[in-house]
Write a protein that binds this ligand. Structure first.
Ligand code: MN
Length: 498
């Protein structure tokens, strides 16, 4: 359900009328070549669309407001091939609502020492032209990404590509709808927050729906559809004996499949990109949705438990950012600790809803009692996570601002069997070390619900926070508690005046 390949970013080159037609033709030719190269780069997952050179305040305003209006346009890349006096950019930049990436490059890679003359200099002026532009963006206090280097380099194209992914995640939020079945888990603080402020800041809406509306759809699912989905389960997973035909718990599997089909219909009919539920509000449902939620997350829906709409939305955005890459992005909870001083670790899981995008191997489909929710035993997928570089990100409402807290982590193989804990699990080591990371996370007011990512970088998450205009705090290999505390204090003052 997630495909960003049809999205586009506009490549907009700044110049001015001073240089004459010949020079401007050359600017357009060079700029087209750069845009085409970026468009064809395997490192950039969206289309890069060349736009005619802008040379005046009116042209800039028209191009940037057209970018606002174009539905497929998720951001603009600007570059000053020549000098482009930046007062011309004030009106357009002020009106621009899409994310901005300033590519600080130059058409010529090397200085042609033997032949360089004033004609060359009339064309290759990014060294000063981009600085003039940069001043204006800073003067307007606009967040943007700056990418530096020759446009032919993989490192430069990768940075642009990574940014377009983030812009796609941001674009996905605009107008997105998230459904909440029931309210927040009673008395829980961090999962709650200001939904009006969130819609203002992030562009997505969160509304709640009575569980009865969902139950009606679940009950209306046809037996044929249920049978087909059970066959799909059997073809996809290792099935527990008791769930197989003739097995003692066979009926639970049919009930679970019916829940999945009803839930999916609700989400498709309503055009939702994600949802949350709570075990305190399941009236009329036979089981707490386990496998249903797991498979819908794998399909691309954002989800978080206990009414946690912020993490559901964050997970959806991160699924878009990482779409098409190896590895996954998944709702996660800090479940329990392994405090062996030689190798302290965090075991991540949830009571049921762990996303199979993280599965190292084919999951097994099992049914077990759940001591919470007071319903029949829920069917769930059980698996272990993978080893590899990762991060966790949490989104919290601090009253006067949202904070995105990011911790760099290293995923590890789960080698123990855990025969009595039938949930999917992921294990990781937080950076810089367990004690510092957890101390900083607690000081940063970080949630126990996060999105765990195997394919998004810290830089991308910081860029995402900048697009949203919210606070980002990072815990990584360079974090010290003293600096972290000072950053929090400085940010408190910054956001008081912002
Ligand atoms: Mn939870």
């Amino acid at each position: 359900m997630i495909d960003i390949s049809t999205k586009e970013v506009w490549f907009i080159t700044g110049s001015q009328d001073l240089y004459g037609d010949e020079a401007l033709k050359q600017v357009a030719k060079n700029s087209t070549e750069i845009a085409n190269t970026l468009n064809n780069s395997a490192l950039i997952p969206v289309n890069v669309v060349f736009k005619p050179i802008v040379k005046s305040s009116d042209e800039i305003f028209e191009t940037l407001t057209a970018a606002n209006q174009e539905k497929n346009c998720i951001g603009v890349i600007t570059w000053m091939h020549t000098f482009s006096p930046a007062k011309m950019w004030i009106r357009g930049l002020t009106a621009l609502q899409k994310p901005l990436c300033h590519l600080h490059t130059q058409y010529n890679r090397d200085i042609p020492w033997g032949t360089i003359d004033m004609d060359f200099m009339n064309l290759n002026q990014a060294a000063h032209g981009d600085r003039e532009f940069g001043f204006m963006v800073s003067r307007l206090r606009k967040n943007r990404k700056v990418v530096v280097g020759h446009w032919s380099l993989d490192t430069v194209q990768k940075k642009i590509g990574d940014w377009t992914r983030v812009a796609a995640g941001w674009d996905d939020w605009q107008g997105a709808k998230f459904a909440r079945f029931g309210d927040n888990m009673r008395f829980v603080a961090v999962t709650d927050g200001d939904k009006v402020e969130a819609e203002t800041k992030f562009g997505f809406s969160v509304n709640s729906y009575g569980i009865g509306d969902l139950v009606k759809l679940i009950d209306a699912v046809s037996d044929d559809a249920v049978n087909d989905l059970v066959k799909e389960y059997e073809a996809s997973y290792h099935m527990a004996e008791e769930l197989l035909e003739g097995g003692e718990k066979r009926q639970s599997l049919f009930d679970a499949a019916r829940i999945e089909l009803g839930l999916e219909k609700f989400l498709v009919d309503g055009g939702f990109k994600g949802f949350s539920d709570t075990f305190e509000d399941l009236y009329g449902m036979k089981q707490l949705p386990g496998i249903a939620v797991q498979r819908l997350m794998q399909k691309g829906y954002g989800f978080a438990g206990e009414g946690d709409w912020k993490t559901a939305a964050l997970t959806r955005a991160m699924k878009v950012i990482g779409s098409g890459l190896e590895g996954g992005n998944a709702f996660m909870e800090d479940y329990t600790y392994h405090l062996d001083p030689a190798a302290p670790r965090i075991l991540g899981s949830h009571m049921l809803e762990v996303d199979p995008v993280l599965a190292a191997d084919k999951p097994s489909c099992e049914v077990h009692p759940l001591g919470i929710g007071g319903k029949e035993d829920p069917v769930r997928l059980v698996f272990n996570g993978r080893a590899g570089d990762s991060l966790v990100a949490g989104l919290m409402d601090f009253g006067n601002r949202f904070r995105l807290l990011i911790n760099k982590t290293v995923g590890e193989e789960v080698t123990e069997a855990l025969p009595n804990l039938p949930v999917a699990r992921v294990m990781w080591k937080p950076l810089p070390d367990f004690e510092t990371a957890c101390e900083a996370w607690i000081l940063g007011g970080g949630a126990h619900h996060t999105c765990y990512s195997e394919n998004i970088s810290v830089e991308q998450m910081e860029d995402f926070a900048e697009m949203a205009g919210i606070e980002a705090l990072v815990i990584d290999e360079n974090t010290t508690i003293r600096d972290f505390k000072n950053t929090i204090k400085a940010n408190e003052a910054y956001y008081m005046f912002k």
